[in-house]
Unconditional design. Sequence first.
Lengths: 378, 235
Amino acid sequence: MIKRLLLELSIRNINRRKLRFLLVFIPIFILTFIFTYLLVISQIFLYSLNELSLKIGQADIVVVPMGSLVENEDFLLEGNLRPFKLNPVFYDKIKNQFKDEIERITYQIYLENLDGIALIAIDPRTDFIVKPLLEKKVELGEFEAYVGAKAFEKLGGKDSVEIYSKKFRIVSKLKETGSGLDYAIFVRVDDIKKLKDIDYISVIYIRAKPEVDSEILAYKIENVFVQVDTAHLTKMGKKIKKSINDLNNILKFMFLISIILCILLIYNIYSIIINERRKEIGILKGLGASNKDVLKLLLLEGFLVCSPASIFGSVVAIILSYLTLLKFFKLIFVKIPVTVFIFVPLSLLISITITFLGIYITFSKIRRFDILSLLKSI
Amino acid sequence: MNNRTKIETKNLTKIYEREEEKFIGVYDINLTINEGEFVGILGHSGAGKTTLLSLMGGLIKPTKGSVYINNVDIFKLDDNELSHFRNKNIGFIFQYSSLIPNFTVMENILLPIVFSKEKKNLREYETRAKYFLERLGLKGYEDKYAYELSGGEQRRVAIARAFINKPEIILADEPTADLDEDTELKVLKFFREIQRKENLTFVLVTHSTEIVDLCLCETVYYMKKGRIYDKKIIA
C-alpha cells in the first residue's frame, strides 16, 4: 500500500501534467527511434546479406551478358526477373579455357516473368545452385519442376503448373533463401527446348577451385571475353554494404544532431516540470520526505514516462527499418536477426540515463532551497 | 535542560538576505518547552512567528544558534536524518495551503506514513484518520480529491494529517486561519483534547489572543520584530 501510494502519486502527477509529459515522451521516442533505427538497419542488412551469401554461396562468380549485371542483381536481391540473353558458346569457351581453375560450372536460362514468378531453365546434370537448396532431394525428371518457397505459396501449394501449355509436375520445393530464387520455378532446359526454340542462356554460375582466387578468376574471364560481365558474389555484397555505409553516415549525423536536441529538450522540460512543483516538493519535505525520497519520486515519474516512450520508439524503429529495407530498397532477402532486440533494452538504458540525469541536475538546484521557501511557492 | 525539556532553542537567530539587504527573521531566541506543554506564540504579522516555528521544525536553517529536540541538536543532522526525525517526531500544520490536489483526502492524510522509515500497520492509521476526520466534521470525505474541497475543509484535512503519525510535537502555524467561528472552536477543542490524551507538546502560532485563551495555553510567548519580549505562564 505504501509503495503503491508512491507509485500512484507518480501516475497522478503524470496524468495531471499530460501535455508536459507528452513533451518528454516525444523527444525520448524520437531519440530512441533514431538510435535504434540507425543500428538496426545496418544489423539487419549485414545479417541478411550474410545469410544470403551462405545460401547462394555455392557459386563464387556469376557471368552475364555485358551490361546485364544490374538486371541480375535485381533478380537475385529483389526477385524481379527481366530476361537477358547470352550466347551459349561462352559457356563452353569459359569451361574449356579455365578448366584448371573451375571446380563447378552451370548455366541458367531466364525465360520469363509469369505474374511475379520467374521461369528459369536449368541443366540438372551440371546444376549446383538449385539442388543444394531442395527440401526433398529428388532428381528432376521429364516435365517436372522445382519451385521456390514463395513461388510455391503463390501457386497455392499446387502439385503441378502449366508452362507453355504443358503440365509440369512439381516434385520438390526449395528452402527459403531470401533471394530471388524464392520466386522462381525451375524446369529442365531439355523440356523447355521441346516446347520452345531457345538459342540462348542467361547466366553462368562458376565455383572456383579452393586454391584459386575467385576474384582474380572473375577478372580474367571478363578480360578474355569482353562481351560478358562478371559479378563476384562477395564483391556484390561489398557494393551493397558500401551503399548502406553511406546511408549510415547520413543517419549518424542526423543521430548526433537529434541526440543533442533531445537532451536539451528533455532537460528543459524537466526544469519546467520540477520548478512548477516546488510547492509540492516543499509539502513532501515538510512531512518528512528526504531529498532522496523526493528524488526517488521524480525518478519514478521519469521512468514511467521514459520507459514506454523508449520501448515504443525502439520497436517502431525495428519494424520501420525492416520495412525500409523490404519496401523502400526492395531487398527481399532481409530478415530480422533476434540480436536486434537487444537494442530495445539498450535504448531504454540510454533514455533512462538521459532522463535521470536531466531530473537529477534540475532537482539539485531545487534542493538548495529551504522547505519554507518551497512551501511559499505558488 | 531538565529531563522534561522537549524543545530548547539557544541564541536562535535567522537573518534573511535579499538583494544585499538584511532582515531579521528572529533574533537571539532562547526558550524551553516541556514535554506535554501547550505553548502559544503570539504576535502581529511580520513578528517572526512563522520563522521561529520553521526553525523549530528544521524547515529552515538558522544563521546562528541551535534547536534541541529530545536533546538532539537538529541542525547537526544530515538531510536524511533530519527528514526522518521530522517525520517521526513532528506534526506540522502549515500556514500555507498544503494538500496535494490530485490526491484524495485519505491519501493526503496518509502521506507522512509513506515517508516513514518504520513499518506501519496501514489499517490502524486509516482508522485513526477516519476518527480525526469525524472529529473535524469531515466524515465521509475520505475519497474526495483535495481540489474538490473548500479552503476551510483543506485546512482541517491538513490538521488531521499533522496528527496521523503519532508525533510527540505539533507545530501549528495559524491553524484556524481559514475557518469560521464554529469550526474554529471545534478544532481548538480537538487540539486540546488530543494534546492531553496523547501528551503532545503543542506549539501554536497565532496573532489572536482569543485563540490563545480558547486553547488554554499553559505558556504564551509574545513576539515583536523577531524577538520574544514577554512570557506569560498561565497554568
